[in-house]
Design a protein around this ligand. Structure first.
Ligand code: TPP
Length: 322
């Protein structure tokens, strides 16, 4: 596939920006500046960058608990995102969603979700709405390997295949479901093997190769947009940190961790860009500096933002008493 230089550089910019954002979030969490839970997507940047380059602003996206990267790559405002993680009034969800329930409806981002498997039904419902309203928009549903074992996975794939819904199911197989390695929680070799049960295409691809992620997703998005129904994509990668920030991940095999760190998607793509003369080192450095400036600005914005007012306590939240 002949990918334009502009797009190649965009992949790099997205990946380094996500890496810087996530690294900073981890530091801020450790310093006690970010409350609640944080699940970092360090190491998984190529999936976010490659997948989100395939969709339009109005396409719908259902996310899970480890989704800062996807939000950034779909164009979410990082200042508001960082403020959201801080719990500030200027946040994407006015500080009430936090890392695990962040959403941006203006960008079709239907929300991260702390309930494993909740995103399947939300994204499948959105795909049904796209089909019913004949909008030509499609939906993406992103999830982890562990949550592919939940019932709603099968219910959603079944109905999506039956009704040929415009949706792409995307598994980020990062090696673990919490502390359980994939081979200890999955009955099949691959998550994508399950596509056969619903008569839809299923494929497993290197998720640390941004170009492979992009090309695979583009094909599935095209299929969905043309009315040919869903696909199940599985991108293999590695969760660099523990399940959540603060988890020492003593269950990880040190040698396996070391091997995967060598497969870091960012230097790997940088090498490709340089060798194929699609970028100079100066251009790469410039993109790194731009990412750092954007994240610095986001942290400053979050730190200087006000807390939500007490009078806002019951607005935008579900309360049976009211
Ligand atoms: C219904 C439900 N069951 C269990 C949990 C607890 N839990 C949170 S994340 C997680 C593991 C998820 O693993 P995976 O789907 O592979 O995503 P990853 O964290 O690796 O990105 C578990 C068991 C939950 N949040 N919701």
């Amino acid at each position: 596939m002949d990918i334009q230089k502009k797009q190649l550089l965009e992949f790099y910019q997205q990946m380094v920006t996500i890496r810087i954002f996530e690294s900073r979030v981890c530091e801020l969490f450790a310093a006690g500046q970010i409350p609640g839970f944080v699940h970092s997507s360090l190491g998984q940047e190529a999936i976010a960058a490659g997948v989100m380059a395939c969709v339009e602003k109005d396409d719908k996206v259902g996310l899970h608990h480890r989704s800062h990267g996807e939000m950034i790559a779909k164009g979410a405002d990082m200042n508001k995102m960082m403020a959201e993680l801080f719990g500030k009034a200027t946040g994407t969800c006015k500080g009430k969603g936090g890392s695990m329930h962040i959403a941006d409806m203006d960008l079709g981002i239907l929300g991260a979700n702390g309930i494993l498997g909740a995103g399947y039904a939300i994204a499948t419902g959105a795909a049904f709405a796209c089909q019913y309203n004949e909008t030509k928009d499609i939906a993406l549903c992103l999830f982890g390997d562990g949550q592919s074992n939940r019932g709603p996975f099968h219910e959603s794939l079944n109905v999506a295949a039956l009704w040929k819904l415009p949706i792409v199911f995307i598994c980020e197989n990062n090696g673990f479901g919490l502390s359980n390695p994939v081979k200890e929680h999955l009955a099949t070799d691959c998550v994508s093997d399950r596509a056969a049960a619903y008569g839809i295409p299923g494929v497993t691809v290197d998720g640390n190769d941004v170009l492979a992620v992009y090309e695979t997703t583009l094909e599935a998005v095209d299929r969905a947009r043309k009315g040919n129904g869903p696909s199940l994509l599985e991108f293999t990668t590695w969760r660099w940190h523990g399940h959540f920030e603060g988890d020492p991940a003593v269950y990880k095999d040190a040698q396996e961790q070391e091997e995967w760190l060598k497969k870091d998607p960012i230097p790997r793509f940088a090498k490709q860009l340089l060798e194929q003369k699609n970028a100079t080192q100066a251009e790469l450095d410039e993109m790194q500096a731009k990412g750092e400036a954007l994240v610095d600005a986001a942290v400053k914005f979050a730190e200087e933002s006000p807390w939500p007012d007490v009078s806002e306590l019951f607005t935008d939240v579900y309360d049976r008493q009211m």
